[in-house]
Design a protein around this ligand. Structure first.
Ligand code: GTP
Ligand code: MG
Length: 78
């Protein structure tokens, strides 16, 4: 699954991105390029299921996050 983090400039998208991905993307105002990272999705049920299902590999779920540079608000309705 891929998920975009969208918000107004300076709203905190990159801060949230770093927190979720344990990343170190630069906190620079007015960034022009998106950051892409992967966040683990911990699920305590996975280990329990793996005990009962015969499998060679157990792979936790992940989610790909895209930190989108701040989008300026549009003007009001015409
Ligand atoms: N007080 C407070 N400050 C925050 C919070 N989240 C982010 N900041 C601060 O707000 C500033 C901008 O944070 P960024 O994460 O770079 O914001 P951004 O939305 O990615 O900014 P752009 O990519 O330039 O649009 C930084 O100085 C952060 O430390 C929050 O939840 N509370
Ligand atoms: Mg940012």
């Amino acid at each position: 699954m891929e998920c975009g983090i969208v918000g107004l400039p300076g709203a905190g998208q990159t801060t949230l991105f770093n927190a979720l991905t344990a990343g170190h993307a630069s906190i620079v105002p007015g960034a022009s390029k998106p950051n892409v990272g992967v966040a683990a999705v911990p699920d305590p049920r996975l280990a329990l299921v793996a005990r009962f299902v015969d499998t060679r590999k157990v792979t936790p779920a992940t989610i790909t996050l895209v930190d989108i540079p701040g989008i300026h608000a549009c003007g009001g309705a015409a």
